[in-house]
Design a protein around this ligand. Structure first.
Ligand code: PMP
Length: 457
């Protein structure tokens, strides 16, 4: 590769500090989602814009945006300055008090969310936003059951992991809380044997309506959906599906919760992914991109009708750090920078003009690429060992030597990739330069040649 993977600005002292951190990590840090023994985490010594430097001082292109949250890239100077300035002023106050950072963050978020989602309940991240959205929906509708899609992710806390429709649920799913899963519209691997997109929409909606009727509309209080499921594969809803789901929730008096934790804040080329289909939910959950993850923050944007439910009746829920000043100051600075630097527009442009066409070219060139899909800075390549049968290069929920080799090739080429099961996600910061983006796509091209070696002859 032509990129410079020299140690650049990394000093021997920084490398030594990284070695010590790695040792202490092994001794004392318990990592998410991992078997602790074999897990080999990457040390990160420095982050800047779309780049990170690993423990050996190698410069890697962050095509993962960490966990798809650093939408404005690393160390944006205006956001760093806003956090520093807020820290010098007030670091923390309890949620029942008023603080200008929180008020301004709520105002800005309400100005961006669709329809009359004009009040914001702040949380520490995405999972607790989901928990609270469900609680609000249940109290508002007076109904307990919740519908959620298979092949979805809604968070790692008790109810959120129950709602999740991916294998991370299995070990901690106690089958409680009235959660009912339905099959999503996922045309590449249609659960409805649909030949066309129109058929997929029609059959998926019929399946959803049947699920509602068979479960009992009078028992279902909420439906939660990622319009474009993120970790589950960035599969785009077929035309008509989103409007159809919204119609069904209205018909049966079900509160519709749009989970925008990953797809929101410009990731999908609009402020919120529901904006692609002009869908206005009753509740909208957000986190990650709201402040690019610089300080933990999430929340629920609430419709006028649901707000009314709690005008005279207390909302039974809260968090010590709800609307934390440092996190809210970071959100105000992030949203302001996104507007000033037209990052949402940039996300839409590079998705349509660079990423989409480049991935289609890679699909034409590499037999290992089964499907390419996405929008904005939110794309996935699904790798297969056989295009005809669509046999995935790793099983759902698992890994394979082939995908391990592809991941290794991406890192060797100079990328910090986001790889999940048989998929490579292309999820760079929304303000990545065109040049860096093209560099990353060239790295991808190189690694896909390794994937091609695992395609059945
Ligand atoms: N919902 C969605 C759609 C997500 O992608 C995630 C995180 N990947 C969550 C909820 C949970 O967010 P957090 O990890 O901040 O709790």
């Amino acid at each position: 590769m032509s990129i410079d993977v020299s140690t650049e600005t990394i000093t021997p002292e920084q490398i030594a500090a990284g070695v010590r951190a790695h040792q202490l990590d092994k001794e004392h840090v318990f990592h998410s989602w991992q078997a602790q023994g074999p897990f080999a985490p990457m040390t990160i010594l420095k982050t800047q814009g779309s780049w990170i430097w690993d423990g050996e001082g190698n410069k890697l292109l962050d095509f993962s945006s960490q966990l798809v949250n650093t939408n404005i890239g690393h160390q944006h100077p205006k956001v760093v300055a806003a956090i520093q300035s807020q820290a010098a002023d007030i670091c923390t106050i309890a949620p029942q008090h008023v603080n200008d950072a929180r008020s301004e963050a709520a105002r800005l978020i309400a100005s961006l969310t669709p329809g009359d989602l004009d009040h914001v309940f702040f949380t520490n991240g995405g999972a607790d936003a989901v928990e609270h959205a469900i609680r609000m929906a249940r109290l508002h509708t007076g109904k307990h059951k919740v519908l959620a899609a298979y092949r979805s992710y809604h968070g790692g806390t008790h109810l959120a992991i129950n709602l999740t429709g991916d294998p991370r649920r299995f070990a901690s799913d106690h089958g409680t809380d009235g959660v009912v899963h339905f099959m999503p519209a996922y045309h590449y691997r249609s659960y409805f044997s649909a030949a066309t997109e129109a058929e997929e929409t029609e059959r998926a909606l019929r399946h959803l309506e049947d699920t509602i009727v068979l479960e009992g509309p009078d028992t279902i209080g909420a439906l939660i959906l990622e319009s474009i499921p993120g970790t589950a594969g960035i599969y785009m809803p077929p035309a008509g599906y989103m409007a159809g789901v919204r119609e069904l929730t209205r018909k049966y008096g079900i509160a519709y919760i749009a989970d925008e934790v990953m797809a929101g804040f410009g990731r999908a080329g609009q402020w919120f992914s529901v904006d692609h289909w002009d869908v206005v939910p009753d509740l909208l959950t957000f986190a990650k991109g709201v402040n690019s993850g610089y300080v933990p923050l999430g929340g629920v944007a609430i419709s006028g009708a649901i707000y009314e439910t709690f005008r005279e009746r207390a909302y039974p829920g809260g968090l010590t750090y709800s609307g934390h000043p440092l996190a809210c100051a970071a959100a105000v600075a992030t949203i302001t920078a996104m507007k000033d630097e037209a990052m949402v527009e940039n996300s839409a442009r590079i998705g349509a003009e660079i990423i989409g066409p480049a991935l289609e070219e890679l699909k034409a060139k590499h037999p290992s690429v089964g499907d390419v899909r996405g929008t904005g800075c939110f794309w996935a390549l699904e790798l297969v060992t056989n295009r005809e049968t669509r046999e995935p290069m790793a099983p759902y929920g698992g890994s394979s030597p082939a995908m391990a080799a592809v991941t290794g090739a991406l890192k060797k080429a100079g990328m910090l990739p986001f790889v999940n099961f048989n998929r490579i996600h292309v999820v760079p910061p929304l303000n990545i330069s065109d040049e860096d983006l093209r560099t990353g796509l060239a790295m991808l091209d190189e690694a896909l040649s390794v994937a091609d070696g695992f395609v059945e002859a």
